[in-house]
Design a protein around this ligand. Structure first.
Ligand SMILES: [Zn+2]
Length: 523
């Protein structure tokens, strides 16, 4: 049924474009292995280019697969290999075989694009070309997540399918579903990206990857974005659950300037006055994800800028951190034109770098400002207090629901009440609430995935230890007594601060209840 004629052809004719039928029927891998590619369909026969004239059965078999008569042309192996990659790459980018450059997907069409890629992947995976559609799907999912400003992408297998969920402004949204057939290839693709063991499906795995998203070839020049991913794979009932955390430096929530935290001018002024002292402890408290670290980073940046900026000080600070983990490289941060100079050390128990050991090392490095990622144990608490009493400003976080409870927590960690009273300068409790999406007035639209929210702002409760409070703390007063006293001295509680935001139309009662009340009940 197929005819094979190996005859020399004028070069011009060899430049024909591969027929879509060939690209659909013959796998990329087969074409590369045998260096064979279509040079076009003329309505009667498929013209094939092949590098090796000694294997006539290959074009013959391709003809059988295509169910078409074929003619063959001989070409150089390099030319054909390159042409194969271009042809298949173009096929993978859709129905536009001419523009080899553009894999750039524009914002408005990303959803359609993903839907199409998903359909292609579904039908493709059942045939011979398995990998490429999964690659493209993962790229598109990550790109969509990036455009929406997601911090994490969850691939969560449920019965028969996998949910693709994005965490936007701290809340998960299910954006789409992958059929079961596609999900496995997507999971494999993610594991390959993160250099994880693809064959291992029963044990949890963690990895990292750096990907460029949103461009084509030479993606970075084409407006693609390079982002780091932290990948976690955990086996579950219906398959492997995968979470990809997007560490996009351009959007990092950790790299906000102080003004962007959302503090009221009054709280900001009083907080910075405490942070600007050369000793004492300033604590930031709240549950995970409440923005504690962001606030401390912004505080460090503000301190660094206000010192180096000349002004009254005209000097620099030695700022050092011990963190678990170091989430962001602060050296790259700039506050205005000022670049932050800071040394960050990561907790690493395998190398004997614990919070305690790290803190001891830092104290031998002549620091001015020390940030301790978290005070978790007695020894860290003891050293932090000591450091703050000997001329160092110590910034740290504690897991407590409100500002007053931080004092009780320090005493729980065996710090003597009189030492808490003399070392602690201020405690800032905080939460992040989602803000109402302005464009749709909170009604829910496509941009905000129907949630009615876009972006977040901080809600703060600032407790400053004045002399009356220090006396109370020294006499082992309870958190309730401390809170009452602080409110008499003008402390605005988290709840009241949240109600103020509701009153000014920034957020909703449900949102404030979600982040504030839940924790108050625990306390
Ligand atoms: Zn909206």
């Amino acid at each position: 049924m197929s005819t094979i004629e190996a005859k020399p052809v004028p070069v011009g004719l060899v430049r024909g474009e591969a027929s879509p039928h060939f690209l659909r029927t013959i796998s990329h891998e087969f074409a590369r292995r045998h260096l064979i590619l279509s040079a076009g369909w003329n309505g009667e026969s498929e013209s094939l280019r092949i590098a090796d004239r000694t294997k006539p059965w290959i074009p013959h078999n391709v003809g059988v697969a295509l169910a078409r008569p074929v003619t063959t042309q001989i070409g150089s192996a390099e030319d054909i290999a390159a042409a194969i990659d271009v042809a298949y790459a173009n096929r993978d980018t859709g129905d536009d075989p001419v523009s080899g450059e553009a894999e750039v997907v524009v914002d408005a069409e990303i959803g359609d694009d993903l839907d199409r890629a998903l359909r292609e992947a579904e039908s493709d995976l059942l045939s011979t070309h398995g990998k490429a559609p999964a690659v493209r799907l993962v790229d598109l999912i990550l790109f969509e997540a990036l455009l929406k400003g997601a911090s994490d992408v969850h691939l969560q297998p449920v019965r028969g399918r996998t949910l693709v969920r994005y965490r936007l402004d701290g809340v998960l949204h299910t954006a789409r579903e992958l059929p079961g057939t596609v999900a496995a290839s997507v999971a494999s693709r993610v594991k390959i990206m993160a250099r994880l063991d693809v064959a291992e499906q029963r044990a949890p795995q963690d990895g990292r990857a750096t990907v460029t998203i949103g461009g084509g070839r030479g993606a970075e020049q084409n407006g693609g974005r390079r982002i780091d991913l932290r990948v976690s794979v955990l086996p579950s009932t219906y398959g492997e659950r995968i979470v990809l955390r997007l560490l996009d430096p351009a959007r990092s929530p950790h790299l906000k300037s102080f003004a962007a935290l959302g503090m009221s001018p009054d709280i900001e002024r009083r907080y910075l006055a405490q942070a600007n002292r050369s000793s004492g402890i300033v604590l930031s408290t709240g549950p995970t994800g409440s923005g504690k670290t962001t606030t401390l980073y912004a505080t460090l940046a503000w301190l660094s800028a206000s010192y180096a900026g000349g002004g009254s000080h005209g000097c620099e600070l030695n700022m050092m951190t011990i963190e678990d983990p170091v989430e962001y490289d602060l050296a790259g941060f700039s506050e205005g034109t000022h670049r932050l100079s800071i040394s960050q050390t990561q907790v690493d128990p395998k190398k004997n770098v614990t919070f305690v050991a790290g803190l001891r090392h830092i104290l031998r490095q002549d620091p001015d400002v020390i940030m301790v990622g978290e005070i978790r144990d007695q020894e860290t608490a003891r050293i932090a207090v000591q450091a703050s009493l000997t001329g160092h400003l110590v910034l740290s976080t504690l897991h407590t629901s409100d500002a007053a409870s931080a004092i009780a927590r320090l005493i729980d960690l065996s710090v003597e009440p009189f030492l808490v009273a003399s070392s602690l300068s201020a405690v800032l409790a905080q939460r992040l609430v989602r803000t109402i999406h302005r464009e749709c007035a909170g009604k829910g639209c496509e941009t905000c995935l129907g949630s009615g929210y876009k972006g977040r702002t901080g809600v703060f409760e600032l407790l400053i230890l004045d002399s009356a409070l220090r006396e109370l703390v020294g006499s082992r007063a309870s958190a309730v007594q401390i809170k009452e006293k602080a409110q008499q001295s003008g402390m605005v509680s988290l709840r009241a601060a949240g109600e103020d935001l509701i009153g000014r139309g920034f957020t909703t009662t449900e949102e404030v209840n979600r982040v504030v009340e839940a924790v108050e009940e625990q306390a």
